[in-house]
Design a protein around this ligand. Sequence first.
Ligand SMILES: O=C(O)C1=C[C@@H](OP(=O)(O)O)[C@@H](O)[C@H](O)C1
Ligand SMILES: C=C(OP(=O)(O)O)C(=O)O
Length: 406
Amino acid sequence: MKLSFSAPTTEQFQFEITGSKSISNRYLILNALFPNLELKGLSNSDDTRVLQKALAKPLQESKEIDIHHAGTAMRFLTAYVSAIPGAEVILTGSERMQERPIGILVEALRDLGASIAYVKNEGFPPLKITGKSLQKESISIPADVSSQYISALMLIAPSFNNGLTIRLESKVTSKPYLKMTAQALASVGVDVHFEDTSITVHPKTEIQPTQISVESDWSSVSYFYSCLALMQAGSMEISTFYRDSLQGDSKVAEFYALLGIKTKFNRESIQLSKVDDFKLPQKIELDLNDTPDLAQTIAVSCLGLGIGCYLTGLHTLKVKETDRLVALKTEIKKFGAEVTITDESLHLNPSSGLNSDVRIKTYQDHRMAMAFAPLAIKTDLEILNPEVVSKSFPDFWENMKVLGIQ
Ligand SMILES: O=C(O)C1=C[C@@H](OP(=O)(O)O)[C@@H](O)[C@H](O)C1
Ligand SMILES: C=C(OP(=O)(O)O)C(=O)O
């Protein structure tokens, strides 16, 4: 898809983004445990739809479930199916999903008594899971590879007779996602104690009828911040967002303040505008250990603005939809900028001018497409396989059109 920018007729934009995929997928598992939960504003992303579909019929009737590219669906279902007596399911996913590690979660579940076998490669999906009642009361788990393994255990823990204490070994990655899981559990009345290195979830068999409205997706909104940072002028009102968000990626508001974007919180929306006479820094430095999904957006914004960045805490990026560090380096270089990476960091030097008519490969990664699209405001470019955005944000291209990116 070739992209170019023509200044839109208005400078004031309004957008409505659907529910956070991370929050949606947590509540879908909770809804499977507690049927009298009513969910509103679920995400329309592929990742939420595959999980909804998997949970639409009793898992005892499913033989094989394919969750495509959805990391949360893969990890959450592995735990959920393991704890359902009578279920016998092969859980599989896309080619890339079969390269994304799951051994740490499988080991933890086996320690709790689960029966899980690897169908192809040790440590990776597909998995053959025979559901059982799991009853051990505590478990230790490495926390530095993916927080999703821990969220998966937390979500099924209320169904254990005595609940579950999860001890976190090593430095915790993506911690706000664990807080999100804890808050989702608490919101339906499950008692959760979250300490620095351990999480205890108490048992719960039934909840009061509860209605939940899912907040919109802060990771999706990061691309609007990036567009506004690259535009000459403009303001945006985007709903539905709250000041007290469950999502760690709401940090994007603080990060883009460094690039001259002001965020005002209304009752149910955010108002983004450009700070008058803002002087851009030469370089920004950020630790993204808590917010890995923002790395691509921020790196590309800095590229578009011609400033440098030093992003750290990125050690999990290599096991996401693609090796995001390598993908970023390869694609950024096409614009003529200097960029270096290590196993956990990315260093972009300030640059003057961008090569035009670059073709961006997206590597089956929605965030590669969405992170690079705003650059069209600065130079014509092409995004290959633009349809990948549907993993988290199917309406992405329609929204970009409104902003003048065609
Ligand atoms: O729990 C979640 O909803 C997520 C946790 C993060 O993954 P890791 O914990 O693997 O970093 C994040 O990157 C992903 O997009 C969603
Ligand atoms: C890493 C992501 O998702 P997941 O791990 O759930 O596939 C993402 O959405 O950027």
